[in-house]
Design a binder for this molecule. Structure first.
Ligand code: MN
Ligand code: MN
Length: 303
């Protein structure tokens, strides 16, 4: 016991977060069907996260068809999984700030199976390529080449990202296409690698939709209303610097108070909001994602 160093304690927490994330993906595969309620999927998987001993590192993301990232159910969401859809489930788990971030794609239309497979294989190619000293541009090239081989197109304005304690996106990025420079990966670094692919005739870019259901604490500033102060205090204490859902607050504060306060908190830049991202030409998108630890001779997939 006395041998336990800080480094190995951190590693153990990353591995535990990864194990929980992997179980949640299995559970998602079981519960997500055509007609399943989106809100129920969010609540069941987030609830299971706590029962397995973890906490959500961000709200459960569900991406139906061209919805690519940052969608979580708002309070009282009435949406359901549509027939013939392609659905991304992207989840993050943390143990005391040590984060595992991972995603799978489920298809309810056989025509999308290959699109989903292209991102799985691109992720495998990226994992094969990652070792200390490898440039992120080389990893991006491996992802693009694999997706192109399937006859699809990578999403070029979404990237994998480095992870640090209590910080989901930090420092270096891992592109999903070739030609984007950004340094090399180094031993001991943690990365989420996440290829996204869409159809060949799509633009291959995501754009902001006006919907915003996910937020993140930025900093304390002068606020006019008591309610806004109380909500900011609550999110700072409970979610620190990690993203949270407006839905989570709706369970603790009156709905109108949350809505009014969020306006003030965004206006004063105390919290950051994430717009739902959609494929710019409305085409279906697939995603695969793992979190990896860069080791001496390669990388270890923890999810
Ligand atoms: Mn993710
Ligand atoms: Mn990610």
């Amino acid at each position: 016991m006395s041998m336990g160093s800080t480094v190995s304690e951190a590693l153990e927490k990353y591995l535990e977060a990864g194990r929980i994330a992997a179980k949640l993906k299995d559970e998602a595969t079981r519960i997500v069907k055509v007609e399943t309620s989106l809100l129920e999927i969010c609540e069941r998987l987030e609830g299971l996260t706590y029962r397995l001993g973890g906490e959500p590192a961000f709200p459960l993301n569900i991406g139906v068809d061209d919805v690519t990232a940052h969608y979580t159910s708002p309070p009282e969401d009435e949406g359901r999984i549509p027939e013939d859809s392609i659905v991304k489930i992207d989840l993050g788990i943390h143990i005391q700030g040590y984060i595992a971030d991972t995603a799978i794609t489920l298809t309810f239309n056989p025509n999308y199976e290959d699109l989903a497979a292209s991102t799985e294989e691109a992720l495998e190619a990226a994992v094969e390529a990652i070792k200390p000293g490898v440039k992120v541009s080389q990893i991006g090239a491996a992802i693009e080449k694999t997706i192109n081989r399937f006859g699809y197109k990578p999403i070029r304005n979404l990237m994998g990202h480095r992870i640090e304690r209590y910080s989901l996106h930090t420092g270096k990025s891992i592109p999903n296409v070739s030609g984007i420079e950004g340094g090399a990966v180094m031993e001991g670094e943690i990365y989420a690698v996440e290829p996204f692919a869409t159809l060949q005739d799509a633009t291959g870019l995501v754009r902001d939709s006006p919907q915003r259901y996910i937020f993140r604490y930025v900093k304390e500033r002068r606020l006019k209303s008591k309610d806004a102060k109380a909500i900011l205090e609550h999110v700072k204490n409970n979610y620190r610097t990690l993203p949270f859902a407006s839905r989570w607050l709706a369970a603790r504060f009156p709905r109108d108070v949350v809505e009014r306060s969020f306006e003030e908190l965004m206006e004063s830049r105390c919290i950051h909001s994430y717009n739902v991202l959609v494929e710019a030409s409305g085409k279906p998108v697939a995603q695969a994602e793992h979190t990896v630890i860069v080791e001496r001779d390669g990388c270890r997939v923890i999810t």
